[in-house]
Design a binder for this molecule. Structure first.
Ligand SMILES: [Zn+2]
Length: 200
C-alpha cells in the first residue's frame, strides 16, 4: 500500500517516516479499508505535515512557550530511530494528521472492540479540534482538552448496539463521558463545569 500511496520517489519520505507510515497504515487497516482513490489525500496530508515540520525547525521558540506539535515532530525526527518516546511521538503526530479528510470504509465483519484504538482516537481528536463534542439539543460542550483527558464516546452507546467505528465516535472529556454514561439527556451546559457552550 505504501508503494501505491508513494508511487514515485518522494523527497519528504525518509526511512523513519516510512516506518511510522507502515505502522500506522497497518494498524488502521485492521479495521478500515482505505480506498485507492484516497491515497492522494493521504500523500498530500503527509507532505503538508512534513512541510510544517521543516518550517517549525527554523522557527525561534525562545520568545514563547513551546507548544508546537510540529516542533515536537522535528525533534522526534532528528532524534532518529532510537528511543521509544521519539518513535511514539512521531507515530502519534503522523497518525493524527494523515487521515484528515480521508474516507475510511469500515471492514465488514470486523467484530468491533468496545474500546476505540489509539489510532482512531488520534484521528477523532484531530477532527474535533481537541474539544469535547458532547451535545444536548444542539448545545456542544466544547471544553478544550489535553489528549490524555479525552476519551472516545460512542454516539450510539455500545450497549445499545452502537459500533466501535469512527462514524459512531466522538471526542469527550473523560469526566463528561462518565457522567453521560448511556443517558441521552446529558446536558453539558449544566453538567460540565468546563463547558464552552456553542450551538449547532
Ligand atoms: Zn464536555
Amino acid at each position: 500500500m505504501l508503494g501505491k500511496i508513494f508511487p514515485e520517489n518522494n523527497p519528504h519520505l525518509n526511512q523513519n517516516y516510512s516506518l511510522s507510515l507502515y505502522w500506522i497504515l497497518s494498524r488502521i487497516s485492521l479495521l478500515y479499508k482505505i480506498p485507492e482513490d484516497q491515497y492522494s489525500v493521504i500523500r498530500n496530508n503527509f507532505e503538508k505535515l512534513d512541510i510544517a515540520r521543516l518550517e517549525a525547525m527554523n522557527r525561534d521558540y525562545s520568545e514563547r512557550p513551546n507548544d508546537d506539535i510540529f516542533e515536537d515532530l522535528s525533534l522526534a525526527m532528528s532524534r532518529g530511530n532510537t528511543g521509544i518516546e521519539g518513535i511514539q511521538t512521531r507515530h502519534d503526530i503522523i497518525g493524527a494528521y494523515l487521515f484528515n479528510g480521508v474516507e475510511l470504509e469500515p471492514l465488514p465483519n470486523v467484530d468491533p472492540n468496545r474500546i476505540y484504538s489509539h489510532e482512531e482516537k488520534l484521528i477523532l481528536f484531530t477532527r474535533a479540534g481537541g474539544k469535547c463534542q458532547l451535545e444536548h439539543f444542539g448545545n456542544i460542550c466544547g471544553h478544550i482538552l489535553d489528549f490524555d483527558e479525552a476519551v472516545v464516546d460512542h454516539i450510539k452507546p455500545h450497549s445499545a448496539g452502537g459500533l466501535t467505528l469512527l462514524e459512531n465516535g466522538r471526542i469527550s472529556y473523560k469526566l463528561c463521558n462518565i457522567s453521560r454514561g448511556v443517558r441521552d439527556d446529558f446536558n453539558p451546559a449544566t453538567e460540565c463545569k468546563y463547558a464552552i457552550i456553542s450551538t449547532t
